[in-house]
Design a protein around this ligand. Structure first.
Ligand SMILES: Nc1ncnc2c1ncn2[C@@H]1O[C@H](COP(=O)(O)OP(=O)(O)O)[C@@H](O)[C@H]1O
Ligand SMILES: [Mg+2]
Length: 314
């Protein structure tokens, strides 16, 4: 974008809201660009035009698209069974959502991914850095140390590769994504994973009444669309956790567990892969594919150990 786009001041304005690449401009609507402070409609038109001149918007052949898909990598959950369920682990260029009740292992899985994402993996995956957005104040660097021990990696190196932010409001959570995009752009190819644990907690607090539901869903949709773009533009895996709530609509049916993930259709459609987690005996947990474009609806049992997520021992 540095090449011919307008002037430095405009580029700065775009960067301030996390739009750092030509692709980023193409992925943002005119209306959203007009809302950027200091950009007039005329200027936005010029920026769009310049961007489209530099990079053809639009079509790829299926072959070209399949070449692009070859860059997709998977990050191990720490459990082979669980990885198998996911076709190799948490996928890049996609949003993976894990939902479940309290203590089903969502936060432990988030911590484990912070370490496994740094380890080299199959198909030439080299490992990389992670950004962790914590909305529930449950991030514990000490857990990363325990998990690092299990994989025989250096504590300091592991902690150095995880950028951490605590979000305090849903607005703050959104603002942090500007920083995330800027960081991913600045250190291109270095970051491999973005974690939000959990995606809905602050929305639940900030929009509490029935009357605020529509606004909440609209804001949530904007955030998820942002996450989707970030995952594709920078080829990173986005992993979000989600809570559950009683489903009032299910009381009339014979559902065994009348609970459902929150976030409604907006989140359901935005997540590429949805995993439901539930408790098993002791430290055992069961993961189930809830919705995926390419994986069948299957289950896997895993364990929560001192060293993070692992396989259930026979
Ligand atoms: N250091 C540890 N060693 C083994 N198990 C742990 C450790 N820390 C937490 N756990 C287990 O992880 C579970 C909590 O999982 P967590 O990921 O926090 O749940 P969620 O985020 O879904 O509410 C608890 O059952 C707890 O026993
Ligand atoms: Mg948690």
């Amino acid at each position: 974008m540095e090449i011919s786009l307008q002037n430095v001041a405009d580029i700065k304005k775009l960067k301030a809201v996390g739009i750092c690449t030509i692709k980023g401009i193409q992925m943002t609507t005119r209306r959203a660009l007009c809302n950027v402070k200091g950009l007039s409609e005329a200027k936005v038109d010029k920026i769009k035009e310049a961007a489209n001149k530099l990079v053809e918007p639009g079509f790829l052949t299926a072959f070209e698209y399949s070449e692009k898909r070859k860059m997709v990598f998977h990050i191990s959950t720490g459990s082979q069974e669980f990885d198998k369920l996911l076709g190799g682990g948490i996928e890049s260029m996609a949003i993976t959502e894990a939902f479940g009740e309290f203590r089903t292992g969502k936060t432990q899985l988030s911590h484990t991914l912070c370490v496994t994402a740094q380890l080299p993996g199959p198909n030439g995956y080299t490992g990389g850095k992670i950004i962790f957005i914590d909305t529930e104040n449950t991030f514990r660097p000490d857990r990363l140390r325990d998990i690092a021990d299990r994989f025989n990696v250096d504590h300091e190196a592991v902690l150095d590769n995880v950028l951490y932010a605590r979000a305090y409001t849903s607005e703050h959570q959104m603002e942090l994504l500007d920083y995330v995009a800027a960081k991913f752009h600045e250190e291109a190819g270095i970051f491999k994973l973005l974690i939000i644990d959990s995606i809905m907690a602050l929305f639940r607090v900030d929009f509490s009444g029935r009357g605020e539901l529509a606004e909440r869903q609209q804001k949530l949709a904007q955030m998820l669309s942002r996450l989707q773009k970030i995952s594709e533009e920078y080829n990173v895996a986005v992993f979000v956790t989600n809570q559950m709530t009683a489903d009032p609509g299910a009381t009339m049916t014979f559902q065994a567990d009348p609970k459902k993930p929150i976030g409604g259709h907006i989140l359901a459609h935005a997540s590429t892969t949805r995993i439901s987690l539930r408790k098993g005996r002791g430290e055992l947990r069961i993961a189930k594919i809830y919705d995926s474009p390419e994986m069948p609806e299957n289950e896997a049992t895993f364990a929560i150990t001192t060293g993070g997520i692992g396989d259930a021992k026979e």
